[in-house]
Design a protein around this ligand. Structure first.
Ligand SMILES: [Zn+2]
Length: 268
């Protein structure tokens, strides 16, 4: 089964991770722009990072027959450095025109501050202007409140809800997200946060329409293999191969191909 991994931070991984993912059937990955552990202090480090998402990581992935695309944004955490975020903001436009950039993200709330909300609104506007989907990080603390607030902001700025992906959903937020008309993402970790078992419970309950699963594989304890591992769990629990294929390929492809940029990459 071929897999599109729609949220993975390869910048924090070693090259062997690409090899292991390729062996498990991963053919396409999306790396959203986020933070780099150490807070950035200058504009140039943002721009070099964006360049690496559109340059070096693409080459690193290609060595394993994996296509690498990205989303670009000022992440919620670093939106709190307002002065620096203001410097970065005017540069986003040029990156969003790149064919390998298929959305705006990660945006949203982390600590649910005023600065985070301001950059959420402004970047949803940017996504609308560019006709791109938006990848939203929902906060790990006060998740239900942050998710509801994000849906409200999306409506207030007139961003089309069917182009909004609310990621890091849990049992607490899945129903609210699906009821809103947005897409719902489950970020799956080996032990902490959401496990393959819990994600499968929700997929059995709610089905796979407007759903995606991903690994994130960021700086904390994580694996690049959460999507293949969850496929194994779903099969074990009786979900058929065609349904799993919709979840791990058709859904993320349809969501991120709204501009046709994924279709342009190659004959899939
Ligand atoms: Zn992320």
């Amino acid at each position: 089964m071929r897999i599109f991994e729609p949220h993975i931070h390869m910048v924090s991984r070693v090259t062997e991770d690409y090899e292991v993912m390729a062996a498990a059937g991963v053919e396409l990955i999306l790396e959203p722009a986020f933070w780099l552990g150490e807070p950035r202090k200058r504009l140039g480090t943002f721009l070099d990072y964006f360049d690496s998402l559109l340059g070096f990581e693409v080459t690193r992935a290609r060595n394993y027959n994996i296509e690498h695309v990205c989303t670009i944004a000022i992440n919620p955490r670093e939106a709190n450095n307002r002065a620096l975020a203001e410097e970065v903001f005017p540069h986003l436009d040029a990156y969003l025109k790149n064919d390998r950039c298929v959305g705006v993200g990660e945006i949203g709330y982390d600590d649910i501050t005023e600065a985070e909300e301001e950059f959420l609104r402004r970047q949803l506007d940017l996504a609308r202007v560019h006709g791109l989907p938006a990848l939203v990080h929902t906060p790990h603390r006060r998740k239900a409140y942050g998710t509801a607030r994000t849906i409200d902001v999306c409506r207030e700025v007139g961003f089309p809800i069917d182009r909004l992906l609310l990621d890091h959903a849990t049992e607490e937020t899945v129903k609210m997200i699906l009821d809103s008309g947005a897409w719902c993402g489950f970020t799956i970790y080996p032990n902490t946060k959401l496990t393959p078992e819990r994600a499968t419970n929700m997929l059995l309950e709610y089905g796979v329409d407007r759903m995606m699963i991903n690994s994130s594989a960021d700086w904390g304890p994580s694996t690049t293999m959460s999507v293949p591992y969850t496929c194994v769990e779903m099969r074990r629990r009786g979900i058929d191969a065609a349904t799993i294929s919709r979840l791990v390929w058709d859904n993320p492809f349809a969501f991120y191909n709204v501009t046709g940029r994924l279709s342009k990459l190659k004959a899939w």
